[in-house]
Unconditional design. Sequence first.
Length: 324
Amino acid sequence: MKAAVCERYGPPEVVQIREMPKPVPADGEVLVKGFATTVNSGDARVRALRVPRGLKLAMRLKLGFNQPKQPVLGFEMAGQVEAVGNSVTRFQPGDRVVASRGFDFGCHAEYVTVAEQGDIATIPEGLSYEDAVALCFGGTTSLIFFRLGKLAAGETVLINGASGAVGTMAVQLAKHLGAEVTAVCSAANAELVSGLGADHVIDYTAEDFTRNGRRYDVIMDNHGNAPYSRVKDSLEPGGRFLMVVGDLWQMLTAVRQKAVISAGKTDASKTADNYRTLLALAEQGVLKPVIDSVVPFAQIVDAHRRVDSGHKVGSVVVTFGQDD
Ligand SMILES: NC(=O)c1ccc[n+]([C@@H]2O[C@H](COP(=O)([O-])OP(=O)(O)OC[C@H]3O[C@@H](n4cnc5c(N)ncnc54)[C@H](OP(=O)(O)O)[C@@H]3O)[C@@H](O)[C@H]2O)c1
């Protein structure tokens, strides 16, 4: 099978397509043939070892000191079950699924194996592979943070970085939860985020939301330029700060400050449950997948370049077509 291999940290061009052995499902595993995956901001961070200040050593220890331990990146895949290992009962060949191996990556390849009890969920009829996979990264992140931050109906939430993969899902899920949503992005994306349900839009090039005197119950930072120290006066009493991006010092603040919610604060939810929630909401028309671009697998380096721009709109989807 073909796989996109990243054998050293660096720019998009370090990614190369190679032939690799097709995996065989072990007992309890499902073999998925990929139709669509994403290059998301997490993949691009790992590829470039571009991590927030103070976290490089920890990331090298986790991901590989001089090169990625797992050279095939990719968090999520949408595709069809091709085969199942012994004792698998919940999936069978032909099922349409989204699947992930989490930080074991491996989804930038034509095939991937996933544990039956792992991060895998059935795609409802009527939802394309591209749409299904586009929900996963930003959708699971938003669900986790909103749950940890206890975002509730009637509350106000400001989403900084509202037009990316996380932001576009966060705007819609916050509306679905009954919150009043303020989206912060560039003017070019104002119409998009309004269309997704944002009640108010702030163009960060024209207005600093931390200086306009307004306060919010919840502030979510998806860009990294709105740390707790900068936004704390924009929080209502009892307000919560969702630190989706943060450096080591901000993480240490999260340990001391109850108001600061980081991904480190434990979330017991299962990815497969989150996938099922997202797919069901998309099937009901509550959640719209937002796709920046669809790139053939042979051009995955271009997908990495687009992600590196820092201005993609929703998800960059990569498809495994017959030409690949
Ligand atoms: N902690 C976790 O578990 C976790 C999980 C997932 C992602 N993340 C992190 O979350 C971040 C966002 O991910 P993503 O995939 O959504 O990224 P993305 O798709 O690249 O989105 C970036 C967003 O940032 C906005 N932006 C750019 N410059 C800005 C500025 N100066 N002020 C405010 N917003 C600005 C962009 O808006 P315009 O294009 O309109 O400028 C866009 O909405 C990444 O750093 C990723 O690593 C963390």
